[in-house]
Design a protein around this ligand. Structure first.
Ligand code: NIG
Ligand code: FE
Length: 436
């Protein structure tokens, strides 16, 4: 039986409370930062917020969690990752520095193809065992919900294997894990070389894989990498249109490197999110602003690829779109599990306000994985998904960039990243002491 909890002594409680849907445009400015507030959790849900003494009295049997002057936020929601993979791809990092770009590396058999070759040679158990410590590390930065995509299998058996691994992780790890089928991540080598073979792969996705994914209930969303040189707009429409008809929600890797109308397609298909968007067009911005599709921005990817151009977060928010931030954790373009670093990039590179980054990493992330009614805010009735940071002011969260400030997290009132009650909440980076 789950114990009730009362969180006391937080310097700030960031609630992000409000409607149980993505916050659009100006709505993103309100993060709900409270002081002198305690939080009561009962049966895994947020029961009420109020004065510590009142809540301790009302929940006299509850375990008291001393936040020791830290900041309590909704558990962070990382709505875009490719966290199940085999070997890392550090050799490509230097190749890019020498001038080979991402697409050129892919053309030479590297990039996604390299991960696919490696993935196919590994067993389900091995992939699971590789993912567990990576995801524990990810949780240690404050993420309590994450989406994970398949997409390094790209054959019938290997895509199902990927989704089974994601399912096992969801069953055994404390985080909420949302599975996405990204069968349309790339055209694998054995289907390249002619238009007929390409068509056969798309037929395999739609006619063989999709029915199995749906029948086995192992994915909630379908995704496709819609990009010149990967899947065209027409192919993406066909694959995702069929996926939607079969009952899956839709996500799109859209306008990542070159604009091709991916954002407009996402809006017209009623996609839950359009992701990347560094090369989105004016009409794409307008289409997303009018839609309920969340614009999920992945600033770590552009940073790591060494691209000068980040997604136009300001234009998107100012036009009225809902923006989420995510890590894109994957071995090729964003090998980081540090989600708070995306908030840093949100402020420094995307010119988002602190409140906008907090909204983007909580409620809007939750909306981008279909969980806006369950998680992403500290408000009565929501799951008690909470993260405690060793900072006295939430502005420090994006400020101490690269630091691990999370000291504990909870999913539905149960420990997610374990909180040592004795842990030192003064673990902030030391102040720089001037010498001489
Ligand atoms: O989101 N853009 C396509 N997919 C991934 C990269 C995958 C990889 O390079 O392994 C992304 O950046
Ligand atoms: Fe991605």
């Amino acid at each position: 039986m789950l114990r009730d909890l009362v969180f006391v002594n937080a310097a700030q409680v960031v609630t992000c409370a409000g409607p149980a849907r993505a916050r659009k445009g100006k709505e993103m400015r309100e993060a709900g930062i409270l002081t002198n507030t305690a939080v009561a959790v009962s049966n895994g849900k947020i029961a009420t917020l109020g004065k510590a003494s009142d809540l301790q009295h009302a929940y006299s049997d509850a375990e008291v969690v001393d936040c020791k002057g830290g900041v309590l936020t909704p558990g962070l929601v990382d709505s875009h990752t490719h966290a199940v993979f085999g070997k890392p791809r550090f050799e490509e990092h230097e190749l890019r520095a020498e001038g080979l770009d991402y697409m050129e590396i892919a053309k030479r058999g590297g990039g996604i193809h390299a991960s696919v070759r490696d993935f196919r040679g590994r067993s389900e158990d091995e992939l699971y065992a590789l993912a567990v410590p990576r995801l524990k590390e990810l949780a240690s930065y404050g993420t309590t919900t994450l989406e994970i995509k398949s997409g390094y299998g790209l054959s019938l058996e290997d895509e199902l294997k990927a989704l089974r691994v994601i399912g096992r992780l969801a069953d055994h790890l404390p985080m909420r894990i949302v599975p996405t089928w990204l069968g349309a991540h790339e055209i694998p080598h054995e289907f390249r070389g002619s238009e007929e073979r390409r068509r056969e792969f798309i037929d395999l996705l739609i006619n063989s894989l999709l029915p199995k994914v749906v029948e086995q209930g192992i994915a909630r969303f379908a995704d496709a990498f819609c990009e010149p040189g990967v899947f065209t707009i027409e192919e993406t429409r066909e694959i995702l249109g069929a996926s939607r008809k079969a009952g899956l929600g839709i996500k799109i890797h859209a306008d990542e490197l070159k604009p091709c109308g991916g954002a407009e397609l996402a809006a017209s298909l009623g996609a839950i999110s359009a992701d990347h968007l560094a090369a989105i067009s004016e009409s794409g911005i307008a289409a997303l602003a009018k839609s309920n599709t969340v614009a999920t921005l992945l600033p770590g990817t552009m940073l790591f690829l060494g691209k000068a151009k980040q997604a136009p977060a300001r234009a998107l928010i100012d036009a009225g779109a809902a923006v989420a931030l995510a890590s894109d954790f994957n071995p090729g373009t964003s090998p980081t599990v540090n989600f708070p670093l995306m908030l840093t990039l949100g402020v420094s590179q995307l010119r988002m306000s602190l409140a906008e980054t907090l909204t983007a990493a909580t409620v809007n992330g939750a909306a981008a994985v279909g969980l806006a009614r369950e998680t992403g805010q500290i408000a009565t009735g929501f799951a008690a998904d909470l993260t405690l940071f060793a900072i006295a002011d939430v502005r420090e969260l994006p400020y101490w960039y690269g630091a691990r400030l999370c000291v504990g997290s909870w999913r539905a009132g149960a420990p997610c990243h374990p909180y040592e009650t004795g842990s030192n909440l003064n673990s902030r980076p030391p102040e720089v002491v001037p010498t001489g």
